[in-house]
Each structure stands twice: as structure tokens, then as C-alpha cells.
Design a protein around this ligand. Structure first.
Ligand code: FAD
Ligand code: DHB
Length: 397
């Protein structure tokens, strides 16, 4: 199996295949340090946590992951708690940085001594509609050519696999939002044990964390906003203006360790397969980060793919390979809908009318006062049940 990309999708798939005795080559164009240091997602669904544990890569998660049984939605200066565990018969989310997930998976891969190439150049895939697709790349000046049974395109939104599919095969569904987020990591002890999603007249803000000493915060800004326009003081002023609640709660201010602007986009390319190329994770779909689904969808895709590959290698069955895209897309579209709804409900749209504003407040009022509405949010936020069992992908729970 050729795997392009050593992000969460590629590394998880590589490890799932390893556990089933299936050989793979993972090829990544960035350095190991770059892949680990990239600051991205932080929320793992219950099912993603269970998956990592069942795969035997949950030790770090167990040690430093922060299990959250609730979250807050804040508007008009008041915080409202949604009890995720109570509403979902005990499920929760775990805050554990994507970079930690990736670090753990790289360590596990390295321990298996299976091939993982960083800083590969000229990565290309071809003969995708033949029975032996080819993965080519250059590493440390040497040309490599791998003749594979299958190729997994786990190379993210800007990778090379999706563009290698001939024109006319894929249908693309896309929505670009008229805003982005500034995300910061701050040396500041979190002042809330749980995440806070805030709707404010000045725009959306999100309080999260990475450890008992590090706070992660996001604020809505205009699209493609240059980060240079934002001094550290300017960012803190905006965060405090949006997040401070009437009871005086606010985040601690501290040294900003890292800051960056993230665009918001919904994107699906269907089907997630062409010949013997299977797309997984961000290579096939992007969700706006408001629902915290991106990393979790990468995990659910590769679980479905691992099940199909196991059935192929062990029993020569191809039905699950044929169903791969349909099975994944059902979950992807539900996550798209949820992420779009969270985004639409919590952000200030530049063209919003006073009617839109009142409707949004009513939406939030309903959400935080109806058990039915809170249950709907909770079951989606902790993650809908996986489409396939862990056992079907060779895991023992
Ligand atoms: P990626 O993590 O993108 O991994 C793809 C890998 O392929 C990368 O390592 C890349 O270097 C490599 N690659 C690319 N091109 C090639 C090539 N030609 N050859 C070889 N390798 C290649 N989600 C959330 O839920 N919450 C968040 O706060 C959040 N923040 C984000 C911030 C940013 C800036 C971005 C870009 C995404 C964010 N996401 C967030 C989304 C989440 O991080 C992704 O959904 C997740 O990383 C998807 O994993 P993946 O493995 O599919 O793709
Ligand atoms: C985090 C990111 C998100 O996009 C989100 O919805 C919740 C938390 C985070 O980075 O911690």
C-alpha cells in the first residue's frame, strides 16, 4: 500500500495496516519536525479516543489528554453549560493536541521499522486505474518507484493525489465563509475546565486549552486577514472584549507562544475513490473548524478503509473497497452539516440583517434551554457512532 502524507490520516492508516500485517510505504514531503510542530486541532471525539486506544497508541492520550464531559455556549454575557456526558449516556470529548497525536503515531511507526520517508521530493502517483498504481518520489537524492496494490491519498487539501484524478471524475461541493480565525497558543493557565464557544456582537470567539498551563484561543477575523495586522495586545483586547462574561469570568492573559490565521471552508470531493486511489481525510473533505470534526473525520475514513483492505487481503473480498466512498460520505455529510450549523449559529456574518441577528440569538436561546436541542448538539459533538466496528478492522476492544 502506498500512503501519501504523514498527517493523522496517513499515519493512522499505516498503523492500522501494520496491525493487520499489511505492508505500506508512507511518504511525506515535509520534515518530521514540521509535521509534529504544526499547531492544529485539539478535540478528539469519543470514538477517535477509543480507536487510538484499541490501536495501542493511547498511552500519551491516557497520560495528558484532558477528558471533558461538558462545554459552554456563551452569548449576551452569559455562559450556558451543555452536559455532554449526561446527554449521551456517558460519552465525552478529549482535548489532546493534533501534534501530540501525530508525534505518538510517528513513534509507533518508527518502532515497527516500516518505511516512513520525510522530506520526500517530487512525490507523484500514476497508473491509478490499473491493477498496479505507481508511487514515485525522490529521497536524499535517490529516485524511488513503488509498485503498489493501492494508493491512499492522505496528503491533505493541498496535496497531489486529488489533482491526479482525471478531470470530470470528481464532483466538488464547496462553500467559503466570509471570515477566518486567528488562533493563538498562550502561556496562561486555563480559567475554565471546559471549552467555551462564544457568540458576541464583535464576532465569534473560542476558549480551549492544551494543558493546565497553556490556553488555546480563537477569534473570528475578516477573511485572509494578515496576521501582521494583529499585535499581541490587539489580540488580547479582542479576546477579552468578546469573552468576558457578566459574572466577571475571563481568560488569563499571558505570553503568546504561537499565532496564525486559519481560513474557514466547507469542501467535499466525491467519490473519494478513483480506480485504486483512495482519498482520506482533508484530501477529500474540509470542514470549518467550529465543530472540531476535521481530525476526527480523518480517523473515521481510515477505519473504513482499513476494514476494506483487511477483507481484500484476507479473503479477496472487494465489496467493502467498492463501498468505501459511500460509507465515508454519509458520515462526512453529517459532519459537514453540523460544522456548517455551528459556524452559522456562532459567527457574525458581514451581510447579516437585524432579522438575522435576532434569529441567531433565538437559535442560541433555544439551544441552551431545550434538552432536545442540547442532546442534538451533544451527540454530534462527541461523535456519531462509527459506521464500521473496530473489530472489522482487526482491532480488539
Ligand atoms: P493533514 O493533517 O493536512 O496531513 C496531510 C499530510 O500530507 C501533511 O503532513 C502534508 O505535509 C502531507 N503532504 C501534502 N502534500 C504532500 C505531497 N505532495 N507529498 C507528500 N506528502 C504531502 N481541525 C479541527 O478539528 N480543529 C482545528 O482547530 C483545526 N485547525 C486547523 C488549522 C489549520 C491551519 C489547518 C490547515 C487545519 C486545521 N484543522 C482543524 C483541520 C485538521 O487539522 C485536519 O482535518 C487534519 O489535519 C486532517 O488530517 P489529514 O491527515 O487528512 O491531513
Ligand atoms: C479546538 C479547535 C476547534 O476547532 C474547536 O472547535 C474546539 C477546540 C482546539 O484547538 O482546542
Amino acid at each position: 500500500m502506498g500512503i501519501v502524507g504523514a498527517g493523522p490520516a496517513g499515519l493512522l492508516l499505516g498503523h492500522l495496516l501494520h496491525l493487520n500485517g499489511i505492508d505500506s510505504v508512507v511518504v511525506e514531503n515535509h520534515s518530521r519536525e514540521h509535521v509534529i510542530d504544526r499547531v492544529r486541532a485539539g478535540v478528539l471525539e469519543q470514538g477517535t479516543v477509543d480507536l487510538l486506544r484499541a490501536m495501542g497508541v493511547g498511552a500519551g492520550l491516557q497520560r495528558t489528554g484532558l477528558r471533558h464531559e461538558g462545554l459552554y455556549v456563551s452569548f449576551q454575557g452569559l455562559r450556558h453549560r451543555i452536559d455532554l456526558a449526561d446527554l449521551t449516556a456517558g460519552k465525552a470529548i478529549t482535548v489532546y493536541g493534533q501534534n501530540e497525536v501525530v508525534r505518538d503515531l510517528i513513534e509507533s511507526r518508527t518502532a515497527t521499522a516500516r518505511p516512513l520517508y520525510f522530506e520526500a521530493d517530487h512525490v507523484a502517483v500514476s497508473a491509478l486505474d490499473s491493477s498496479t498504481p505507481v508511487l514515485r518520489f525522490q529521497h536524499s537524492g535517490t529516485d524511488h518507484e513503488v509498485h503498489c496494490d493501492f494508493v491512499a491519498g492522505c496528503d491533505g487539501f493541498r496535496g497531489i493525489c486529488r489533482p491526479s484524478i482525471p478531470d470530470g471524475v470528481l464532483t466538488v461541493y464547496e462553500r467559503v465563509y466570509p471570515f477566518g480565525w486567528i488562533g493563538i497558543l498562550a502561556d496562561a493557565a486555563p480559567t475554565s475546565d471546559e471549552l467555551i464557544y462564544t457568540y458576541h456582537d464583535r464576532g465569534f470567539a473560542l476558549f480551549s486549552m492544551r494543558s493546565p498551563k497553556v490556553t488555546r484561543l480563537y477569534v473570528q477575523v475578516p477573511p485572509e486577514e494578515p496576521i501582521e495586522n494583529w499585535s499581541d495586545e490587539g489580540i488580547w483586547n479582542e479576546i477579552l472584549a468578546r469573552m468576558t462574561t457578566r459574572d466577571g469570568w475571563q481568560p488569563n492573559v499571558g505570553h503568546i507562544i504561537q499565532k496564525a490565521v486559519v481560513p474557514l471552508r466547507s469542501f467535499v470531493a466525491a467519490p473519494m475513490r478513483y480506480g485504486r486511489l483512495f482519498l482520506a481525510g482533508d484530501a477529500a473533505h474540509i470542514v470549518p473548524p467550529t465543530g472540531a470534526k476535521g481530525l476526527n473525520l480523518a480517523a473515521s475514513d481510515v477505519l473504513v478503509l482499513a476494514r476494506a483492505l483487511k477483507a481484500f487481503y484476507e479473503r479477496g473480498r472487494t465489496e467493502w473497497l467498492a463501498e468505501y466512498s459511500d460509507v465515508c460520505l454519509r458520515r462526512v455529510w453529517k459532519a459537514q452539516r453540523f460544522s456548517w450549523w455551528m459556524t452559522s449559529t456562532l459567527h457574525r456574518f458581514p451581510d447579516a440583517t437585524p432579522f438575522d441577528y435576532q434569529r441567531q440569538i433565538a437559535d442560541l436561546d433555544y439551544l441552551t434551554s431545550s434538552r432536545a436541542a442540547m442532546t442534538s448538539l451533544a451527540e454530534q459533538y462527541v461523535g456519531l457512532p462509527m459506521e464500521v466496528s473496530y473489530e472489522s478492522a482487526g482491532l480488539h476492544v
